[in-house]
Structure formats: C-alpha cells, structure tokens
Design a protein around this ligand. Structure first.
Ligand SMILES: *Cc1c(COP(=O)(O)O)cnc(C)c1O
Length: 357
C-alpha cells in the first residue's frame, strides 16, 4: 500500500535528499570514508557547510546584513538563546500557542516580557491583529506558523522594533522579506531537513548590545565568526539540509514551493468546507498552508475514531490531531506530493458516502 506522510515533525523529506544522504553515509564523494567518520574541519565537509549556507541565502534572498548559522539544540534552545543575546530591558511577545508560550516562559528569565497580544481566548484559532507595538522594546517575537493549531501569518508584519520570528514550520514555504526581520530561527525537522539542526538567520548589528556576560556557546557572535564550527556542528543533519535545499532550488525555489503549498491547501480546505462531515478549526483568513487542522462537524463527533482508522487503512500516516486541538491535522510540508492530498480528499469523500445521515 502506498503510504502518505502527513507527519507534523519530523516529517516528509524529498526522497532524492534521503537517497543522496544515505549514499554519503556509506561513502562521501569517493573519498573512501563515510560522512560520519571525518573531521568537520576537512575540506570535504567545509564544502557541504558552505553550500548549505549559500543555498539558503540564495533561496530566501538573504541580504549581506544577515548571517546564517546552523546549531544544535532545536528551536527550543533558541527560546532562551534569543533573550540571552537580545533582551536588555523589555521584550514583546505575541502568544499564538504552545511554542510561543514556551518562548515567553524562557524570556521571563532575562527581563521584562510583555505579551502584547494573545489568541488564547479562542484556543489559538486565529492570529491576533491590530495591537500596539511599543517602540521601546528590545525586540518583538512572533511565531509565523503555529504547527499545533494550524494558523499562519501570510505576510511579513511591519514592526517598529527588531522583529524575531520562529519559522520552524513554514520556512521555505513562502517568499519572506528577510530584511524585515532581525532574527529568524527554527528547528530544521519540519520543512528543511532532519531533526538535529537548527537554523538561525540574524542581522549582525543587533548583537553585542546586552550587558550580561554570555556563555561562549550561547553567544551568536562565536558561531558566526566560525561559520557554525565554533564546536562540532551537527554534521549529518547539515548534509541532509544541503540536499533538501538543492532539491528546493531544482524544483523552482521558494515561489514554486509556495505555489504547491497553495495548491495542496486549496484542495484540502476545499474538501473540509464542502464535506458535511468535517469542519476546519482555524479562522479562515489565518489558515496555515502547512498544518491543516480539522475536526468532525457538529453531529458527527462520534465518528472521529472511525475516520482515523478508515484513513489509516488507506495509507494516511500522521493525521491524528494534536491532543490540544483534537480531530485531525494533515501537515503538508514542501516535500508532500499533491497526490497525497488527493488521496486524503478521496478518503474523506468515501467516508462521507458511507456515513451521511
Ligand atoms: C516544532 C516546533 C518547535 C520546537 O522545535 P524543537 O526543534 O523540537 O525544539 C518550536 N516552534 C515551532 C513553531 C515548532 O513547530
């Protein structure tokens, strides 16, 4: 049976990237050694690191003012690394769900942390808008795609202060004006690569402004000065990232990823809205193109476990919703083919035919 991978993260990667990475594990570029058994300071790995860096810069059109680093620790480590480096007096956060809340909790260890807006009143089903951003903040932190609740910012917001964004789950899915952000970060394992590497894109001139001493590993400047090799970087995940970025470029870059994302999301939201058995959970204008959340419609709630089994029997993997939202979540990252969404839609229609009252 063909399997359709809707996992939320770690998640689907281009087959080609997986195959090329598997080959490098066996032997890297004819050097007689595995990628896993060479020094990260050899020319062979330096080339991989440099290419990953250059490809990301090219694909996201990252200006020279911003540096790219690849680190360990996941996005969660950035939740405290960011305030460590940037929070002197006061930071503003927008609370759009679990990940934003975790970032807020860490920031509070470093200074005054204002929650400027929140969508908690409606279980994070929308993106707050129209709030004031004080001009005396060290930075404003947003989460551009809320992986659990299926909400997403569809534009780059205007901020009078340094804008910091967790883009773990929508990086490379839409063109972003990087110049509007002071710092962009995320775990790679949703749309960029495997678990184990974190990307940070940071405007260099915002660093070195806080008065507290910084442990060396926390100080972004050390990682920038050493091209992500201040210590041993996550060698294998960086290799896979390079392969994924090569694939994105070959497909037509970020604009093409965005076209595909709209195509997939259009198909699935179209069915969710049409099919009387299902309904979406996120506010229409804030619906994520990456994580599509839906539940059984009113009157059909008791069918949820049955639909899950039904979908599983037809090859759908990873569509159980997060426990905080319930229902279903189909994560539709860059590497997910349109055919997988079509298969899920067919599955929903078949289920409808069997169950309509
Ligand atoms: C998954 C996720 C995280 C957590 O990433 P880790 O790499 O596991 O620390 C943070 N923010 C968002 C938006 C996520 O989707």
């Amino acid at each position: 049976m063909k399997v359709h991978n809707f996992n939320a993260g770690p998640s689907i990667l281009p087959r080609e990237a997986i195959e090329n990475s598997a080959k490098a594990v066996l032997e890297l570029d004819g050097i007689g050694l595995s990628l896993l058994e060479i020094s990260h300071r050899t020319k062979d790995f330096e080339k991989v690191n440099d290419e990953a860096n250059a490809l990301l810069r090219e694909l996201l059109n990252i200006p020279d003012t911003h540096k790219i680093i690849f680190l360990g620790g996941g996005a969660s480590t950035q939740f405290f690394t960011i305030p460590y480096n940037l929070l002197e007096k006061k930071a503003g956060y927008v609370n759009t769900g679990v990940w934003a809340k975790k970032a807020i909790k860490e920031a509070k260890n470093f200074g005054e942390t204002q929650v400027l807006a929140s969508s908690e009143d409606r279980n994070f089903s929308y993106i707050p808008k129209g709030y004031q951003i004080p001009s005396d903040l060290d930075y404003l932190h947003i989460t551009t795609n809320n992986t659990i609740y299926g909400t997403e910012y569809h534009t780059d917001i205007d901020s009078p202060v340094n804008l910091v964004a967790d883009m773990s789950s929508d990086i490379l899915s839409r063109p972003v004006d990087v110049s509007k952000y002071a710092l962009i970060y995320g775990g790679a394992q949703k749309n960029m690569g495997p678990a184990g590497v974190t990307f940070v894109i940071v405007r260099e001139d915002i660093l070195g402004k806080v008065s507290r001493p910084l442990p060396s590993m926390v100080d972004y400047r050390n990682h920038i000065a050493n091209d992500s090799m201040f210590n041993t970087p996550p060698v294998f995940p960086i290799y896979v990232v390079r392969e994924v970025l090569k694939w994105v470029k070959a497909q037509g870059g970020v604009p093409e990823m965005n076209r595909r994302a709209h195509e997939r999301a259009g198909l699935l939201y179209g069915e969710i809205d049409r099919n009387p058995l299902f309904k979406g959970t996120a506010a229409t204008e804030d619906r994520s193109l990456m994580n599509i959340c839906f539940v059984m419609n009113d009157g059909y709630e008791e069918l949820a476990p049955e639909f899950l089994d039904f979908a599983k029997s037809r090859g759908m993997v990873g569509i159980k919703g997060h426990r905080l939202v319930g229902g279903f979540r189909a994560s539709c990252y860059n590497a997910l083919p349109k055919e997988s969404v079509e298969a899920l839609v067919a599955c929903m229609r078949e289920f409808e035919a069997e169950h309509t009252k």
